[in-house]
Design a protein around this ligand. Structure first.
Ligand SMILES: [Zn+2]
Length: 383
């Protein structure tokens, strides 16, 4: 990963992504993980006389958020030193594949999926990134189904990257929280008020009533009678967002996840065939066409409640994707019969993520992160 240099003084305040408090870098409020226990302990940078070691420790240090009345929390120092961060939250009920999608994105980035666009990424905090790699990315790459994200009573970002484009570096943080937590009112979801972009994850197996999806629903332990029932997290999150002129200004992407279950169905077959290594930044005209197709597909199959983010947000793109490219195996009991309620644990033959970077790049474009000629943000209100 590339070395990057923090922005010059004076440093602007950075909003705490969890509690929305303005944060100022203060070297009297720094903490460093204890190498023996991994617990955070107060750290004074002047205690390290060696400049190279001090810089290395600073890269691993955390700032304590001053707003810790209920939940003490800490932000990695590099998150605070590169200008205004971009925070991206994944929205969807439990089981829609939010964690699988984020893990697939990280895996693609780790394989150099953004290199051809001149986008360089490194972790904001190495330990935090390695934890996500070992708990999610490596497990997914090994073909194992990831467990549901546990509900939390305080929300912190799951992982964060320093993304460098055209010599400019910005922190990008990803929130992947449990669907149950997204439905919680009050302080738990207060972070949504400050989030910079949203990726709404539509579960094809839950949103579409198509009978041909019943075997895949059975394998995923999804009640076929509940297919087509709207995702409550979409409504909860959209109702919470601030509006201007009746519309939300937060850039959004809608992802029809698990599209592989419809890989022979037009126009999904076309878009999945288009998958491959990125040669250039997404062409806004192509993003527009894909968005039109997703919109038309969901509308034709009476899944219009999943289009609410498009209707209520000023900037929204729509995408076909599959975090795993395949459905999980049905578990079998010792005598060979199917387990009646055991959740699937593995993907036969491993995983093959499809088109997972499209929504991320679209959000980057809408946010102006890809500052290059011809990369203007797609405007899709006309769809
Ligand atoms: Zn805070």
């Amino acid at each position: 990963m590339d070395q990057v240099t923090p922005q010059e003084e004076p440093r602007q305040p950075v909003r705490c992504p969890s509690c929305l408090q303005d944060l100022y870098f203060d070297d009297r409020q720094l903490f460093l993980p204890d190498p023996r226990t991994n617990e955070l302990a107060p750290w004074d940078p002047s205690s390290e006389p060696n400049g190279m070691r001090r810089q290395d420790q600073m890269n691993r240090a955390f700032l304590k958020c001053p707003n810790d009345s209920d939940h003490p929390h800490f932000l990695p120092v590099p998150y605070l030193l590169f200008g205004r961060p971009l925070t991206i939250a994944f929205v969807g009920q439990s089981g829609t594949g939010k964690t699988h999608l984020l893990a697939a994105m990280m895996a693609e980035i780790g394989r150099g999926g953004l290199d051809s666009l001149g986008i360089r990424c490194r972790s904001v905090n190495t330990n935090q990134h390695h934890t996500f790699l070992s708990q999610a990315v490596n497990e997914l790459e090994a073909g194992r189904v990831l467990p549901s994200t546990a509900p939390a009573d305080f929300v912190e970002f799951t992982d964060a990257l320093l993304v460098t484009v055209n010599g400019q570096t910005r922190p990008v943080a990803f929130f992947d929280i449990a669907g149950e937590s997204l439905n919680a009112p009050g302080k738990i979801t207060e972070f949504l008020l400050g989030v910079d972009a949203l990726i709404f994850v539509v579960d094809a197996l839950r949103a579409l009533r198509l009978k041909q999806l019943n075997p895949a629903r059975e394998a995923a332990r999804i009640d076929q009678h509940k297919a087509g029932v709207a995702d409550p997290t979409f409504t909860t999150v959209l109702d919470r967002l601030p509006r201007e002129g009746g519309l939300c200004n937060v850039p959004t992407a809608i992802v029809l996840n698990k599209s592989d279950v419809l890989r022979f169905e037009p126009p999904i077959d076309h878009w999945l065939r288009e998958d491959g290594p990125l040669k250039s930044a997404p062409d806004p005209a192509e993003v527009f066409r894909e968005s039109q197709d997703v919109y038309a597909f969901l509308t034709y199959h009476q899944a219009t409640s999943w289009l609410r983010p498009f209707i209520e947000c000023r900037r929204c793109t729509l995408h076909f994707a599959s975090a795993t490219g395949t459905s999980p195996l049905l578990p079998a009991s010792a005598n060979g019969s199917l387990g009646p309620s055991t959740p699937p644990t593995a993907f036969a033959g491993g995983v093959r993520p499809r088109r997972v970077l499209g929504p991320l790049l679209s959000v980057f474009q809408m946010w102006g992160l890809l500052d290059a000629p011809g990369l203007s943000a797609p405007r899709l209100r006309e769809v």
